[in-house]
Design a protein around this ligand. Structure first.
Ligand code: FAD
Length: 445
């Protein structure tokens, strides 16, 4: 090993919504945290794949079942809620929010342009990580968090994982989203296209142009419909409407091929919709720079959450997060999407055990790579739940540091919930009070 080993309390690999939420939660408990991101900037899928929609985080009665840091990221979704309007965000604003929240934490360091490339395991623990890129370093921490979405850190640590659906291992389709502006809302049948009724009307107005493209075999996009969402503060639309099959994020070549194919489909669809009078002067502002890959490794943990748990609105004694979003499987073969709502009361629990990978005592899962089946993953992968999972993982890691626990399994869900609820996060079940560092930030300032 060359050079000095740098020490932290908690090291988090990956700065998407899961990693950032974890980093904020842990740093606010005064831990020395390092957040490492391989891209040049923080944000992950929610910023660089421009996903747009703030997916449902409310139970059947309209009560939020995630709040906490997610509320700091998307405050308007909590204060201006209306069932009629489409709740969306602007990815540039989200990136700015991430940057300012991270910068406000004095015990938090952020290294961008740097990748975790190797994990040394010793006696069932991660002993150290090797970092390459803008920072070349060897680092040690008391607790590590895998927030890489695809379970890359767990993979480097040699842990067990699953990939794709049961049976044939196929993954959900991927999407290159794109932004369109310069259209004329006055020429739409329903001009209020920011309402659900309005966006559905706009989509059906565009559909014939897309179907003509398909009928003439001028696109390989297997989708049957057009999906787009309004930007919140400008006349612009985010199209989540391309579909690329057989993209596997663990095979870099397939992601490169997928980006080429997705970009091609985006340009084909854009050209087709300019046939509509409201879109004849529209602009294709950009195709999102990162291919939107919906699914990657799911690390095998102490509990594997299932589709039956989600649809059965299962409650767990060790719940640390909740999810209200439907099972939403973008067909690996290009057919119709399977969308199944969570029945009343409209949400299910995510247990702490699903954040604990089997075979490692100082690692927690803090992104969509938690332990669950292909079906369950299609639901909890949305940003609201991944933020809540990250906040819970960061809090649990900080408790391990504060209490000098040797195994993340020793952290008590009741104590994790105590801290989460002090911060305004949604929790259910008993809580157990713990002493917190004097300077702990409870509510956002
Ligand atoms: C096309 C598409 C549409 C979607 N639509 C919606 C939607 O409308 N609403 C919604 O809520 N959700 C949506 N989702 C789901 C949601 O956006 C993602 O599941 C969620 O953002 C994932 O967050 P994450 O933190 O787990 O991972 P990510 O945001 O992907 O972050 C992981 C980060 O880890 C980094 N990383 C990976 N390996 C390493 C390494 N070795 N070292 C350092 N860094 C590393 C990556 O660069 C990345 O920045 C959509 C997803 C897709 C693909």
């Amino acid at each position: 090993m060359n050079g000095e080993v740098q020490q932290f309390d908690i090291v988090i690999a990956g700065a998407g919504v899961g990693g950032i939420s974890a980093a904020l939660a842990a740093a606010r408990l005064q831990c020395r945290v390092l957040l490492i991101e391989q891209r040049a900037e923080v944000g992950g899928t929610g910023v660089f794949s421009s996903v747009s929609l703030i997916c449902n985080f409310r139970d059947s009665g309209g009560r939020p079942v995630t709040s906490g840091i997610h509320r700091e990221l998307f405050p308007a979704a909590y204060t201006h809620y209306s069932e009629q309007m489409v709740p969306t965000y602007d990815e540039r604003e989200l990136k700015a929010t991430y940057v300012s929240l991270l910068a406000a934490e004095p015990t938090l360091s952020v290294w961008t342009g740097s990748s975790v490339v190797k994990a040394d395991m010793e006696q069932g623990r991660i002993a150290r990580l090797h970092i390459e890129g803008e920072r070349q370093a060897v680092i040690e921490a008391k607790v590590y968090l895998d927030a890489t979405a695809d379970g890359n850190l767990s993979y480097l640590a040699g842990l067990e994982y699953r990939l794709g659906r049961e049976g044939d291992g196929k993954l959900q389709s991927a999407t290159a989203t794109f932004k369109v502006s310069g259209f004329a809302p006055a020429l739409l049948k329903e001009q209020n296209y920011r309402s659900w009724a309005g966006i559905h009307s706009l989509r059906s107005e565009l559909l014939p142009y897309y179907l003509a493209l398909k009928a003439e075999n001028r696109t390989s996009n297997p989708r049957q419909s057009v999906t787009c969402f309004p930007y919140p503060n400008e006349d612009a639309l985010l199209f989540n409407s391309t579909s690329v099959l057989d993209v596997d994020p663990t095979e870099p070549d397939s992601v490169v091929r997928g980006m080429e194919e997705g970009g091609r489909q985006a340009r084909e669809l854009f050209a087709a919709i300019t046939g509509h009078p409201a879109f004849c002067a529209a602009r294709l502002d950009y195709v999102a720079p990162k291919l939107g890959v919906r699914e990657g490794r799911r690390i095998v943990g102490e509990y594997e959450l299932t589709g039956e748990d989600c649809l059965g609105t299962r409650q767990f004694d060790d719940m640390v997060a909740a999810c209200a979003y439907a099972l939403d499987i973008h067909n690996p073969e290009g057919g119709p999407t399977r969308l199944e709502s969570i029945p009343a009361p409209g949400y299910y629990h995510i247990p702490y055990r699903s954040l604990i990978p089997r075979g490692c005592s100082n690692l927690l899962l803090s992104s969509r790579c938690i332990s669950g089946t292909h079906e369950a993953h299609s639901s909890y992968r949305i940003m609201a739940s991944i933020s809540a999972i990250g906040e819970a993982a960061g809090t649990a890691a900080a408790i391990c540091v504060m209490q000098k626990l040797q195994d993340v399994r020793e952290a008590r869900a009741e104590q994790i919930r105590f801290v989460l609820q002090l911060r305004g996060q949604f929790v259910e079940g008993e809580v157990e009070r713990i002493e917190l560092p004097v300077a702990t930030k409870l509510y956002p300032q």
